[in-house]
Design a protein around this ligand. Structure first.
Ligand code: AHG
Ligand code: MN
Ligand code: MN
Ligand code: MN
Length: 338
């Protein structure tokens, strides 16, 4: 009988976090504990999403959030799960969520040193169709003496200590990066209940002829965006046009872009002059992932996304992110118009 070789050297997220902690002599273990709480939040959200159709969790909650979105039942439940996990970690001082008008302070943990921004369910319009959605997060460390007020979250993305996102797709995936480090992706093994490191040191291909944008908005686009997308579609004599891929869940469009390369865009336009996606819990966390994987991320003014400082916690921005060369093309077209 042929003997199957099984992998005995699996890196679980738990093992990965422990090994990371021991690499940093000054580490207190607080960040590790925070990540364990994140991990639990992701597993529970994935669990409810997978069962939604069976246990009456599809459809609207009957309310809307600060940015004007109708909340789905799962937006509300995932928000509650996420907040509960962050609170009980004891390591989070305050939190901003798409589904909460104001910052939430965990005053019962006055000594906690981290603040977190989150989009509990990204892509929630896709939920009832069973299309991939995910959770986006950015983590900041509080400066000495700070008490976790709103101002402590109105910071540039360059100050994040870690960020990432999950995608609840055919498998639940977790993409995680720590400042100055590589991008790693983990796949949830449902039987083991563990995230397993399956994509170490992710590097986004330098270019790829795939673009991802809601072209239904093209009527409202500014001229540079129109010209850029036209160049992709009508490359001229002998050129091959780009493929279009748009899921409508940033996490899923971004995950594909990270793996295959290409560009994802949600530009500011005449209808949404500030853009649609929100800086703190959508744009900045994604920008850190893409930069650390070797790509680029800029806003509609072609400024580096990570350097944008929001004025309000729910502020929006236009965004272009993806392969280094593909984003460079957008920047170059915009230069011609400047
Ligand atoms: P959310 O579900 O968290 O409100 O975010 C929705 C976002 C994002 O997932 C996606 O990229 C974009 O909205 C899709 O917008 P359109 O439907 O306008 O294309
Ligand atoms: Mn929403
Ligand atoms: Mn979102
Ligand atoms: Mn959301």
């Amino acid at each position: 009988v042929g003997q199957e070789k099984i992998n005995l050297d699996i890196v679980t997220l738990t093992r990965f976090l422990t090994e990371e902690q021991t690499k940093h002599k000054e580490a207190t273990g607080d960040f590790t504990l925070l990540c364990h709480a994140l991990q639990f939040a992701f597993k529970s959200i994935a669990y409810y999403i997978r069962r939604a159709t069976l246990i009456n969790l599809t459809g609207l909650a009957g309310s809307s959030n600060t940015t004007g979105d109708d909340q789905k039942k799962l937006d509300v439940i995932s928000n509650d799960l996420f907040i509960a996990a962050m609170r009980s970690s004891g390591r989070v001082r305050a939190l901003v969520s798409e589904e909460e008008e104001n910052i939430i302070s965990f005053d019962e943990h006055p000594d906690a040193r981290y603040v977190v921004a989150c989009d509990p369910i990204d892509g929630s319009s896709n939920l009832d169709a069973g299309v991939s959605v995910g959770t986006i997060f950015g983590i900041y460390k509080l400066p000495e003496g700070a008490t976790g007020t709103k101002e402590d979250l109105l910071r540039a993305g360059t100050e994040m200590v870690a960020s990432g996102f999950t995608m609840y797709g055919a498998s639940a995936m977790l993409v995680l990066t720590m400042k100055g480090g590589p991008v790693n992706a983990f796949t949830l093994d449902n039987a083991l209940g563990e995230f397993i490191l399956t994509h170490p040191n992710m590097e986004i291909p330098k270019k790829r002829a795939i673009y991802s944008v809601n072209e239904g908005n093209s009527l409202y686009w500014e001229d540079p965006v129109k010209e850029y997308v036209n160049e992709l579609k009508y490359p001229g004599e002998g050129g091959k046009p780009y493929s279009a891929r748009y899921i409508g869940s940033m996490v899923a469009d971004a995950y594909r872009t990270l793996l295959y390369g290409g560009i994802f865009a949600y530009p500011a336009d005449k209808k949404s002059p500030k853009g649609k996606l929100r800086i703190l819990y959508e744009c900045a966390p994604m920008a850190l992932v893409f930069e650390q994987a070797g790509g680029q991320a800029v806003n509609s003014k072609m400024q580096r996304m990570l350097e944008v400082v929001p004025e309000h916690i729910h502020d929006r921005s236009g965004i272009f992110l993806g392969s280094y060369d593909e984003v460079q093309k957008v920047i170059d077209v915009h230069k011609k118009f400047a």
